[in-house]
Design a protein around this ligand. Sequence first.
Ligand SMILES: [Ca+2]
Ligand SMILES: [Ca+2]
Ligand SMILES: [Ca+2]
Length: 147
Amino acid sequence: MIAMKFWKMMLISSMMLCACQSVDSKADRQKFRDADANRDGKLTLNEANRYELVRVFASIDYDSSGSVSWSEAKDIDPDFRYVKFQQYDRNGDGKVVFNEFFREQVSKGGVKLRFDGADVDKDGFVTLKEADARVQFLQSQAGEVME
Ligand SMILES: [Ca+2]
Ligand SMILES: [Ca+2]
Ligand SMILES: [Ca+2]
């Protein structure tokens, strides 16, 4: 198993605002539609957080039990501290359920930085057009890095 830093999962996960892994803009558009929960053609930070964090959570919850145990967290990041796990586990039952994970991540900003980066006109929404532009920008950056 690949050891990944717990908090880096956020950066690695492939959302349309990231596009680090994906160079398929069709797939990115599908992700945008999936993330747009109320189908109004634009994403709020809350929609972006929910969409991305559901995926991150699912990738940490290896046995698909609906919660992340201490051993699952430890598998992903051997350096992950128990005190941090306790921060996530608000009710102290030894399991981190999605709502606990979500609250903790959002309290740290969630995907806010990337969201703000994509929200070019700063109206609090990321439109498909803005998401497309962001993907193209990131692809051009990735191209430069590879040269
Ligand atoms: Ca689990
Ligand atoms: Ca718990
Ligand atoms: Ca906008």
